[in-house]
Design a protein around this ligand. Structure first.
Ligand code: 13P
Length: 249
């Protein structure tokens, strides 16, 4: 099963429902649809509307973050995994570099991941090195640390998806070299196998400047279980092109 997950970040108002409708129309008619799963993460303001109207076997709605405290608490402007789950939202992105750079450290992320899993949600856990770390050849070291500080053996690995998003590739138009990305994906899977001590490891996605053009290159890396798509997910045409070109003969 491959995943195509759109992260809208701070984009979208009610009329953006149109984008979701077009994507659902495409998936419904696609003969390849049993091979993949589409997930869209709109901002908090649209979760209730979209979850009620669009959550289906063709598309799932996802939240982009939550507070590290669960249930209810005194945190102005925040919402918890419990509150998101109550809307019927099954998926939750955690650890995105946008949020890490705004204070999401490993302690907070551990709490968030635990809260999401306790609420029986599926976590899309983002990891990735920055440009300097890559230059210093510290990618594997950083990824291993990001994974092992937060993901623990006792967690339900079935409900965890890991998204490798090199920070230097987000929104820049640059993607890693094929051999590098293949090796990094294999490294992440090996590390996850060690953490969960099992043969069945979480799916590993790639994210960062994915579009309808470079997907033809990215699809050659069979170890990648899907994609986390930012900019291109804001246009139904660009998003559908990614799926189309992934399966094109
Ligand atoms: P872009 O696809 O715009 O590079 O964003 C990737 C991303 O951050 C998805 O979470």
């Amino acid at each position: 099963m491959k995943y195509f997950i759109g992260n809208w970040k701070m984009f979208g108002v009610s009329k953006s429902a149109n984008i979701i409708k077009k994507i659902i129309d495409y998936v419904k008619k696609d003969k390849k649809k049993s091979n993949y799963k589409v997930v869209i993460a709109p901002p908090y303001t649209l979760l209730q509307n979209f979850s009620k109207n669009f959550n289906s076997k063709f598309l799932s709605i996802c939240a982009q973050n939550c507070h590290f405290r669960d249930n209810f608490s005194s945190n102005t402007g925040s919402i918890s995994a419990y509150m998101i789950k109550e809307l019927g939202v099954q998926y939750l992105i955690l650890g995105h570099s946008d949020n890490r750079s705004e204070g999401d450290d490993e302690k907070k992320l551990s709490l968030k991941v635990n809260n999401a899993l306790n609420n029986k949600m599926k976590v899309i856990f983002c990891i990735g090195e920055n440009k300097k770390q890559k230059k210093l050849k510290k990618t594997n070291l950083i990824l291993k640390k990001q994974l092992s500080k937060v993901l623990k053996f006792k967690m339900k690995s079935d409900n965890i998806i890991v998204a490798y998003e090199p920070i230097w590739s987000i929104g820049t138009g640059f993607i890693p070299k094929e051999v590098e990305l293949k090796n990094t994906t294999i490294f992440i899977k090996k590390t996850l196998k060690k953490i969960f001590k099992s043969k069945k490891t979480p799916h590993v996605l790639y994210g960062g400047s994915v579009d309808g053009g470079n997907i033809k290159e990215l699809r050659r890396i069979k170890e990648i279980d899907g994609f986390l798509i930012g900019g291109a997910s804001k246009s139904y045409k660009k998003f559908i092109d990614i799926i189309k070109n992934y399966y094109r003969n």
